[in-house]
Design a protein. Structure first.
Length: 79
């Protein structure tokens, strides 16, 4: 299973879509420690691809799934 797919599935399962946000650090929980940096890079790639939206807050960067691409995201998750 692809790391991007794992991240998208985690956000989708927790319903972190649109107005609901979570910290990037929460996405790396449950993964082996040596993959934490790779996972953060995968999140950056997903942001560039438009699947994940970012929100800057006073306490750090928050992310959520892009509600406009939810159909594409569900197809990726189900692969």
């Amino acid at each position: 299973m692809d790391l991007k797919q794992i991240i998208l599935r985690k956000l989708y399962r927790r319903r972190v879509i649109g107005g609901k946000h979570t910290a990037v650090e929460h996405l790396t929980k449950g993964l082996p420690r040596h993959l934490a940096g790779v996972a953060k890079n995968a999140v950056k790639e997903l942001v560039k691809e438009g699947f994940i939206l970012t929100k800057s807050t006073s306490y750090g960067l928050q992310v959520s799934l892009n509600p406009e691409k939810i159909d594409e995201i569900t197809k990726i998750i189900e692969e």
